[in-house]
Design a binder for this molecule. Structure first.
Ligand code: CMX
Length: 465
């Protein structure tokens, strides 16, 4: 259906345009993501309003005492539109599985992997974008990538023994000097307009993250002489790879895949939940995302990709390259008996092999089938699950996303394992910020669940002491 839209004067962003009449045939032809959202937001607001009016008091689950002590597993307590995680099937981004995204999302010329720009468009709008829409997004991000000088100075002054994730989160926090949302809030903007500024900040932040991340990498592991200029004709992952100092086309393809698959894992995981929570206090996207990065930096979450490489390197060293099944089993048991986890295995929700692991395995089978470390990862895939099952307590013995990513990066020369979580963080911005835009568009309130003391809980359930 053709629709006639009056483009309103831009209230946020740097590109104020006059009120103009724009003829738009359908949304698949609109290349400005914000224009698409401007159309979609009122429709979604209406949908949610009507749904809540009719079903607002309907019960969706029960909460047990164990759930309260057990990290709130299984409690349905959040609404996240961008993706849903099925325990057996894995993640679906707006209803699309990873193989479907690999097939349907636009690719770079000559490339096979989806462009993360396309995934972001999908997460924000629910629609698979066209090539033109994705190209417009690449250009938009390239044009927003500049860092303010105080952040560059800050990055250049960090000691090289400060973990890359700490540098990353501190720099993102400091970027909030650029927040258009914080400024608009201070100027008394109406709450109906919040999402527009959150959108602008999110776009700016996503654009700047690769520059921040590459600066950290170059400062810590290369000559620290800057990251070079952004090429506005290249996609986000291509520019990021070049800034990191990697120009192998296969590495660039890996980055496109990597930045796509690490983006979102529904709303309850530590990084996504943190961004949502902090954002609910109306902290701007820089502050909210930096908080999420600090959660991602934990070894049970995003830092596990670093931990996996440490684990593999330790195994290689201790076993002196003697990777017989028996020796490896012994090493795994030793790890467990010393009270440590096997990193890269297990998940709070998943109960099967993570499809994010599977697609990295497929990438490796294609690009690095004979790599020694890839073979070790494959051998562990065979050996670890039965051992974890034998412990009798691990609910999911299968590998997660972090079990695989490090060895592929090593293969292409990125051996600095304490940097890996930064890559995860760059990607995680796509999902968490897409959600943050919708959080404000739907006017979700400050988050404040009820907590109880053990004593209060005992009274509540009528426990005898
Ligand atoms: N190695 C050893 N023990 C493990 C284990 C693993 N890989 N996974 C779970 N367990 C243990 C738990 O520590 C827990 O032990 P206790 O009862 O002694 O405390 C028990 O098994 C039950 O845990 P669970 O219900 O199966 O798992 P959780 O939901 O509590 O935790 C996770 C999920 C991911 C933190 C856990 O599987 C783990 O620690 N894995 C290793 C770290 C990892 O790979 N994290 C990355 C996850 C993906 C991501 O977020 O990036």
């Amino acid at each position: 259906m053709a629709l006639f839209r009056l483009a309103t004067t831009r209230v946020a962003g740097t590109h104020l345009s006059p009120v103009t009449a724009v003829f738009v045939r359908n949304l698949s032809e609109v290349t400005d993501l914000r224009d698409v959202l401007t159309k979609k937001v009122p429709q979604e607001q209406e949908k949610v309003k009507n749904f809540r009016k009719q079903y607002g008091n309907t019960k969706v689950g029960e909460v047990t005492v164990d759930m309260m002590y057990g990290g709130m597993r299984g409690i349905k307590g959040l609404v996240t539109e961008t993706s849903v995680l099925d325990p057996d099937e894995g993640i679906r981004f707006r209803g699309y599985s990873i193989p479907e995204c690999q097939k349907l999302l636009p690719k770079a010329a000559g490339g096979n992997e989806p462009l993360p720009e396309g995934l972001f468009w999908l997460l924000v709008t629910g629609d698979v974008p066209s090539d033109n829409q994705v190209k417009a997004l690449s250009k938009d991000w390239a044009n927003r990538a500049d860092l303010p000088s105080h952040v560059v100075t800050m990055l250049n002054n960090f000691p090289t023994n400060l973990h890359p994730m700490s540098q990353f989160s501190a720099a993102v926090t400091a970027l909030n000097s650029e927040s258009k949302y914080a400024k608009a809030y201070a100027d008394g903007v109406h709450k109906a307009k919040y999402w527009e500024y959150i959108y602008e900040d999110s776009m700016d932040l996503i654009a700047k993250l690769p520059v921040v991340a590459a600066t950290i990498y170059r400062n810590m592991f290369r000559d620290g002489k800057g990251v070079g200029a952004i090429d506005t004709n290249k996609d986000w992952s291509h520019n990021f790879s070049t800034m990191l100092g990697y120009d192998n086309p296969d590495f660039i393809e890996l980055m496109r895949l990597y930045l796509t698959i690490h983006s979102d894992h529904e709303g309850g995981n530590v990084s996504a939940h943190t961004v949502h929570l902090v954002g609910s206090a109306l902290s701007d996207p820089y502050l909210s995302f930096a908080a999420g990065l600090n959660g991602l930096a934990g070894p049970l979450h995003g830092l596990a990709n670093q931990e996996v490489l440490i684990f593999l390197t330790k195994a290689a060293k201790e076993l002196g390259g003697d990777f017989t099944d028996d020796k490896l089993k012994e090493f795994i048991w030793k790890t467990l008996k010393s009270g440590q986890v096997v990193p890269g295995y297990g998940h709070a929700v998943l109960r099967k092999t993570d499809p994010r692991y599977t697609c990295q395995r497929e990438f490796s089978q294609k690009h690095l089938p004979d790599d020694k470390m890839f073979k070790l990862v494959s051998q562990l895939y065979k050996l670890v699950p039965p051992i974890l099952m034998e412990t009798g307590k691990v609910k999911n013995p299968w590998p997660n996303v972090d079990a695989h990513s490090g060895v592929i990066l090593q293969y292409y020369g990125m051996k600095e394992m304490n940097y890996y979580t930064v890559l995860f963080g760059v990607s995680r911005a796509l999902g968490t910020l897409a959600s943050l835009i919708w959080d404000r568009a739907l006017g979700l309130p400050i988050e404040r669940p009820k907590s109880m003391s053990t004593e209060g809980l005992q009274k509540l359930v009528g426990a005898t002491k």
